[in-house]
Design a protein around this ligand. Structure first.
Ligand SMILES: [Zn+2]
Length: 486
């Protein structure tokens, strides 16, 4: 039998036996050897890696999730190599724009151990991830690197769902392909309360207290085909030929969207600008060790008084969606001021007027005082929103007449402080040396390729407009007050 015939016979026999030959290989005659040899076909065959059942999914994931902490990491790395490309220039400029924004605050925020997120990640990689991967040899990754780890981290942090008590935070293929809007079409549903030991939805051996979990193999619980899946459920009608959206969270701000997922929405009603107590004290010239400290002692007492909170709930001016014990300091996209911020400004105003005791008590008296000030603010909002206010002092007097002038001065002080706080924030917002008025023009001429810079500049524009609208309302309150208090 000649070689060609014997190869054909061999191939037929293999196929009859169910032996599959990799399509990248062929059997051919080889005179140098013992008749035949195995040859590669026209494509290179890469080094064999472990075939993962997730391969098809993993290869579909983006190369980079463009979140700001990675921009920072990438340009630091390229700086060292002195080979920044256009993408890195874009990342560097975008970071300059983020100065003083909510994103900046998130990036600078330290965790419990005093480190920022990127510092935490680098340390975790060096101390835990790299040693673990190296100990596995080249079984999973031939050469682990920090960059690869950070890519994985952002993929998980931007795509994973908290599924149930057994799976916890999980990557869920296809479910993670839905993009985000606030008014979503679909949401994922799962039964969270499965057995944390085996994932079973129905009764399982772990339900019995006395059971020493003999069958704690993952997935060993009774599997029920009806409940053994996650569902994307439509919560509204979905029009034909339209993109189907999920929501990643109904209350996410643009700063949170950019830092977690690498995008922002054109308009986002959830946006808020926040301050720490120290920021506020610094911006308003309050000594944190004396006045600041006494204010910090006072706030929880006031917020712990239910009578005061009941009064606060009626405010037309403050943001009233109040969560018990929340003393955070912010203004929102409607110019609403958080209860914590308003109280802080009220206390600072009282201190600066040399009358800290005016609001520094709790109990009936303090409640009455705060209540009066809140009513006054409601009146100011009503009057300043009404056209006739500027024209007719009698109209203003009708509203403000019965209110003691002490309160008018105190509320005027709150207005002053808030306006100053917003001014100070605007002065430190965005890329240094760029006038706010030119921001719109700059965006008009920005090349399309500078997409990160565009996101960052749009974010600055949004934050600035929140500050502007907040200032405008409180300036209006002041105008009404001044028309009355001479
Ligand atoms: Zn179980």
């Amino acid at each position: 039998m000649d070689v060609q015939n014997s190869i054909e016979t061999l191939l037929k026999w293999s196929s009859d036996q169910g032996i599959a030959i990799d399509s990248r290989l062929s059997l051919r005659a080889n005179e140098n050897a013992n008749g035949l040899g195995v040859f590669s076909r026209k494509h290179e065959i890469p080094q064999e890696t472990i075939a993962s059942k997730w391969h098809g999914y993993l290869q579909s994931l983006p190369q980079n999730v463009e979140v700001p902490f990675l921009w920072k990491f990438k340009i630091q790395k390229e700086k060292a190599n002195e080979n920044r490309d256009a993408e890195d220039e874009d990342r560097a400029e975008a970071l300059e724009w983020l100065n003083g924004t909510e994103v900046d605050a998130i990036l600078r925020k330290a965790s419990e151990n005093g480190q920022t997120l990127d510092e935490d990640l680098v340390a975790y990689y060096n101390e835990t991830v790299e040693p673990l991967l190296l100990a596995q040899g080249s079984r999973y990754v031939s050469k682990p690197c920090l960059e690869g780890f950070l890519r994985c981290y952002t993929l998980v942090s931007s795509r994973a769902f908290l599924m149930d008590a057994y799976h916890g935070l999980s990557m869920v293929p296809i479910s993670d392909a839905f993009n985000h809007v606030q008014d979503n079409h679909v949401h994922i549903e799962s039964d969270f309360g499965v057995c944390p030991e085996c994932g079973s939805f129905s009764e399982c051996p772990h339900d019995r207290q006395d059971c020493q979990a003999e069958t704690s193999e993952p997935g060993s619980g009774t599997s029920d085909p009806v409940n053994d899946c996650y569902e994307m459920v439509a919560n509204t009608q979905i029009p034909a030929f339209s993109e189907v959206y999920n929501t990643y969270g109904e209350h996410l701000t643009n700063a949170q969207l950019l830092t977690r997922y690498g995008f922002i929405l054109d308009a986002n009603d959830n946006d808020k600008l926040s301050w720490t107590y120290l920021n506020v004290f610094k911006a308003l010239g309050v000594n944190p060790n004396t006045t600041g400290e006494s204010i910090l002692r006072q706030i929880p007492l006031v917020l712990g008084d239910h009578r005061i909170l009941d009064s606060l709930a009626d405010s037309q001016v403050l943001a009233t969606e109040y969560i018990k014990g929340d003393d955070s300091l912010w203004v929102d996209s409607d110019g609403g001021v958080s209860i914590g911020l308003w109280l802080t400004l009220t206390l600072i105003a009282a201190h600066q007027a040399g009358r800290p005791s005016a609001v520094l008590d709790t109990g009936f008296e303090a409640n009455e005082r705060l209540k009066t000030m809140l009513e006054l603010l409601n009146v100011l909002a009503l009057v300043s929103g009404s056209e006739s206010a500027n024209m007719n002092p009698m109209f203003v007097q009708m509203f403000l007449g019965p209110i003691d002038t002490d309160y008018l001065h105190c509320v005027n002080g709150q207005c002053e402080l808030l306006i100053r706080l917003c001014d100070q924030r605007k002065a430190n917002l965005g890329k240094a040396g760029v006038e706010a008025e030119t921001l719109g023009d700059l965006l008009d001429v920005l090349e399309d390729s500078r997409k990160r810079t565009r996101q960052a500049a749009l974010l600055v524009l949004g934050e600035r407009s929140i500050l502007d609208s907040c200032q405008a309302s409180w300036k209006d309150f002041q105008r009404v007050l001044w028309a009355y208090v001479k």
